[in-house]
Write a protein that binds this ligand. Structure first.
Ligand code: ATP
Ligand code: MG
Length: 392
């Protein structure tokens, strides 16, 4: 029955020139989201509205599911297109629409007509009244409520006539691409995919970097991160995932630095390398899945130590979340099941039994001096040998 969707979006802050950027980015993201859906679609803008129109057969449920992933959409209205074959015919179609969409018809309603085409023989008020009457005649159990109707039946008179009354909630947020780009430090854990999702929701495009430590971390651990990037791409668009071979750097730090500071120093090198790639690729910030106090390397003192090696801002959208709250989002967005697969984590391989929880930055810096030029060389090699995978 439905062959199109009217896309609603919150218009706050998109006045003037911004409006175009917002709408174009939204249409671009819709196109990407529908690429994997069965059927062909045309996406077009008309009089300040965006319509997604199926060209022939399509899978309704799959299409709605994909549209619900597109940030910037506040609501999705399934639309029935009717050929303009006279008002009588329109009345019949509207009566049938009510029967199909509302099997339980004991409801209040209101008809809201809009004429985008002024040569239509009836004015909006007249259309409202006459269609209302047709509905009441067909279904005496229904009643009109113009102030707070349970069903608001919209009738748009264009080349064709559009009928819609239902709004499926969208995810909100801003269309990806309207807010620049940032680099996500993506591990195989629960937190970082959620962090990436949250920043992408604000319109920021996401690139990612993963630190891989073969043979201590397996191919399967890496594949898990690629899979997570792909799940995030359903919301964020294609994710460029940079895979850094971190093994030699880790072994070298292990050899030269006190074990209880290993995690912190390793994290500092991850941040440095991530920032390097971020700056080369036009990213405006880094993103991590850190949350205060979750582990020793995420106390406020530890965060000072990992933060100070970067110039770019580090966005930590989960900073005040409990684990359970993060898990709930992970389940909602579909990353949880993949995140809990039990493959080794590069961070946990060399962890000390008693890592420092209150690292002193001066001491950390002094111990990093032990790494001298050796580390520079290893970082350079790691950057030169990085692998790029486009997850989508
Ligand atoms: P996550 O669930 O995201 O792995 P975590 O609770 O295991 O987080 P840590 O291992 O301390 O926490 O990592 C903190 C953050 O550092 C992660 O959220 C992620 O952003 C980044 N990170 C950790 N390990 C890696 C890695 N191997 N590759 C890329 N980023 C990483
Ligand atoms: Mg982790």
């Amino acid at each position: 029955m439905f062959t199109a969707f009217l896309i609603k979006y919150a218009e706050i802050g998109i006045k003037g020139k911004n409006r175009h950027l917002f709408e174009d980015a939204l249409m671009h993201q819709i196109k990407f989201a529908l690429k994997k859906c069965e059927g062909k679609f045309s996406i077009h803008k008309s009089q300040g509205r965006i319509y997604v129109e199926a060209q022939g057969e399509f899978d309704y449920d799959e299409t709605v599911k994909s549209l619900k992933n597109v940030f910037g959409i506040s609501g999705i209205c399934p639309v029935v297109y009717v050929e303009d074959e006279g008002f009588e015919k329109l009345c019949d179609t509207v009566v049938r629409y009510i029967a199909d969409v509302y099997p339980d018809r004991e409801k209040t309603f209101k008809v809201h007509a809009r004429r985008a085409r002024k040569d239509y023989p009836k004015e909006s008020m007249e259309i409202n009244a006459d269609l209302g009457e047709a509905i009441l005649n067909a279904y005496p159990e229904m009643s009109v409520d113009v102030h707070d109707p349970e069903i608001l039946l919209c009738v748009e008179i264009r080349e064709k006539i559009y009928l819609y009354s239902e709004t499926i909630p969208g995810p909100g947020g801003m269309p990806v691409g309207t807010g620049g780009k940032a680099m996500l430090l993506l591990s195989g854990g629960i937190d970082s995919p959620v962090a990436g999702y949250m920043i992408a929701k604000r319109g920021v495009k996401i690139d990612a970097v993963y630190f891989h430590a073969p043979p201590y971390t397996s191919e399967r651990a890496k594949q898990k991160v690629v899979d997570l990037a792909r799940i995030v791409s359903a919301y964020a668009g294609p994710v460029w995932l940079h895979v850094i071979n971190f093994t030699d750097i880790q072994l070298y730090i292990h050899e030269k630095c006190p074990h209880e500071e290993l995690t912190i120093i390793m994290r500092r090198y991850m941040m440095r390398i991530a920032e390097h790639i971020a700056m080369e690729t036009g990213c405006l910030g880094l993103i991590t899945g850190e949350s205060i106090g979750q582990v020793a390397s995420q106390t406020l003192n530890s965060l000072i130590a990992t933060n100070e090696v970067c110039e770019l801002p580090v966005y930590r959208p989960l900073i005040g979340f409990d684990k359970q709250e993060i898990v709930e989002v992970a389940q909602k967005i579909g990353t949880f099941e993949t995140s809990i697969l039990p493959y080794e984590d590069c961070c946990t391989i060399f962890v000390a039994k008693h890592p420092v929880t209150k690292p002193n930055v001066n001491i950390i810096r002094r111990h990093e001096h032990n790494l001298d030029e050796g580390i520079e060389e290893l970082v350079k090699t790691a950057l030169e040998t990085k692998e790029l995978i486009v997850a989508e």
